[in-house]
Design a protein around this ligand. Structure first.
Ligand code: 13P
Length: 303
């Protein structure tokens, strides 16, 4: 099937099934182009919770589709590639949370959305990279356990020094690749460029940045900035919106290896098959659904 026919088939199937297609900023260009909504984890979780359509095709990774299902259990949520996981989300289990709770009974648990539903269910509140600081500040308790990303946790800790924050040792394998040397090299190659990085980067990288934020916040920052050149410290997929919204500006990827293999699994072919065969349907264990819903809704309330 040629590209144009494939796009037309997807469009028709979407209408026929009363579906919406949402895509994370890290998806391949073709998928971002055909999606109804493109954004970061926070924006997409809000879109999925608010829309009326019966079917959500989530072009992202498993925890994102799972979060959409938790927020809208009555809808059918499809993930076009069932193996699109997140190694960071797999670095923590519900048993780990039980052990932490036993050891630190008077701490509140703030859990990054990059986590399994079973872990969310045992947490007090969820956050994303765009609202982690706000969420931690809003919790009345000054004692916090932050799960599972240690780099995002460190970023929060620096911005909320008045709270006692215990970190878990998880990390994103893609962002972890960037080191201080890469930043110094990029800065000397592009001395006029601003450095925009995701908070999942190592502390030594975040410290040198001009701006730290979620994928959407990075795109918004570059779009509203008067600067003309930017070094980008996150996954290559963000270049799609950055270049589309700012054709007159230059963007340089901080490291050539900034490619999340899981985010790149979904293609237009798997998207068509997802709609046609209504696969792969994401369901959430009913024992954890209510708890995960409470923690996610609390995040949406905080904003
Ligand atoms: P966002 O909050 O920008 O969606 O980041 C999600 C993510 O998984 C980054 O690696």
């Amino acid at each position: 099937m040629d590209m144009n026919t494939l796009k037309e088939v997807i469009f028709n199937l979407k209408k026929q099934k009363n579906a919406i297609i949402v895509a994370h900023n890290y998806q391949i260009d073709d998928v971002q182009e055909i999606a109804d909504f493109v954004g970061d984890s926070f924006y997409l979780s809000k879109v999925c919770a608010e829309r009326e359509e019966n079917v959500i095709v989530f072009c992202g990774v498993h925890f994102m589709a799972e979060s959409a299902k938790i927020l809208s259990p009555q809808k059918k949520v499809l993930l076009p590639e069932i193996d699109a996981g997140c190694p960071l989300a797999d670095m923590i289990t519900a048993d780990d949370v039980d052990r932490l709770k036993e050891k630190y009974p008077d701490y509140s648990i703030v859990c990054y959305i990059n986590s399994p539903a079973s872990v969310k269910a045992k947490s007090d509140v969820i956050c994303t990279s765009s609202n982690a600081i706000k969420v931690v500040r809003n919790i009345p308790n000054n004692k916090i356990i932050f799960l599972p990303d240690k780099n995002l946790g460190l970023f929060v800790k620096k911005n909320v020094p008045e709270k006692d924050i215990i970190l878990w040792e998880g990390f994103c394998i893609t962002h972890y690749k960037i080191k201080k040397e890469d930043v110094l090299k990029a800065k000397s190659a592009y001395p006029d460029a601003l450095l925009l990085v995701h908070p999942e980067c190592r502390e030594e990288v975040v410290e040198l940045a001009d701006f730290v934020g979620s994928t959407k916040q990075i795109i918004d920052f570059a779009t509203s900035s008067s600067a003309k050149e930017f070094i980008i410290g996150t996954e290559t997929g963000v270049l799609y919106s950055l270049k589309k919204l700012n054709p007159e500006k230059e963007f340089y990827l901080l490291h050539p290896g900034m490619v999340c293999p899981n985010m790149k699994k979904i293609t237009l072919t798997s998207l068509r098959e997802a709609l046609l065969y209504e696969r792969y349907e994401i369901n959430v264990d009913e024992n954890v659904l209510e708890g995960a819903q409470r923690a996610l809704r609390k995040m949406l309330q905080i904003g």
